[in-house]
Design a protein around this ligand. Sequence first.
Ligand SMILES: Cc1ncc(C[n+]2csc(CCOP(=O)(O)OP(=O)(O)O)c2C)c(N)n1
Ligand SMILES: [Mg+2]
Length: 387
Amino acid sequence: MVPPRGGAAGKGPGARGTAATPRPSDALTRAQKLDLYYWMRLTRQLEERLVNLYRQTKVVGGLFRSLGQEADAVGSCFALEPRDVMSPLIRNLGAMLVKGATPVEVLKQYMAKGDSPTRGRELNIHFGDIGPAGATRGFLGQISPLGDMVPVMTGVTLSFKMRGEDRVGLVYVGDGATSTGAFHEGINFAAVLKCPLVVIVENNGYAYSTPTHKQTAARHFVDKAVGYGVPGVQADGNDVLAVYDVTKTAVDRARAGGGVTLVELMTYRRKGHAEHDNQSYVPPGEIERWAAENDPLDRYLRVLREELGATEAEIAAIDDRVRDEIDRATDEAEASPPPEPLDALVGVYADPPVTPPLWFRRDAAGDRYGAERAEGWGTWPSDGGKR
Ligand SMILES: Cc1ncc(C[n+]2csc(CCOP(=O)(O)OP(=O)(O)O)c2C)c(N)n1
Ligand SMILES: [Mg+2]
């Protein structure tokens, strides 16, 4: 494991706090520390359920795992307030759950159900809930072009600053995304304008099949912070409390007007880019070593038992709660209807279009237009515009 660098978190990750160097996680209650385990377990089990559904061909499209990265997503998002805004990527299911996305929403998305958050028009965890503080959960619907969410979050956090809103933004990017122009433009602009933004680089060793040493000649991604004139800190991404510590410090700094922090979380992608990827490019033994020696849940369970005195009954109760929630969510998602074909048009137009959608089908084979409309679809009159 690469030794942690940077100073924003005080002592290096993995070190326990002392009276002289308190860590932000020292202030977490026992219940909050058990919650961290709940969110990580929920993330892992929900993805395991999705693997089962994928093998039953009930998942539409790809399945993207965060196996081994749960601490990185959960520990960092746990440092945000409900009013703050977070921009996830495909390996940040844990962060979305912490921010309020529900297992049933995620399952319906993956199965492209008609009552999923995007009504079957988008898949997996590509959905968002964004708007005024208090009225929304504060996570963006991600877009696929790598790095592009950095300038988007620069804009989001600039708007917080201009409106005087006490809100912070957090954007996740992978090691691969740092090689895009959008990443540089976004973080540079946010740094100059001192936007209240935390940029997290999840260094999980690979971008698809490209290992990190072929991604950059820099030794550490955190070293790039100096080029933007912002603090950079690196932490052990598989230690959930270390992740919380560095992120909370960066979030507090952003909230106090200190601007951008670049956080590099060292972790490892134990599954392929998506479920179809057989990882033939990974050196033998590497995945097994990370699974055996550096699993974030195993590591945190040791902390819970040895340092928090968590009992086996407490841990089992959380595991049971997770299983029940996922079982109930799966039943609900499986019973959901497929999308209405015309739902594909919902939200496409800000205003009713000048030309009726599906104009080319009117009067062909009778008037199918009205009958084909999805219930509640509001951009065109229900009689097909004949009134
Ligand atoms: C600009 C751009 N190039 C290529 C892709 C295709 N692509 C999607 S994910 C991915 C790898 C991403 O790697 P990384 O940023 O390290 O994130 P990780 O998957 O490891 O979490 C690639 C190449 C893309 N979405 N956008
Ligand atoms: Mg990567």
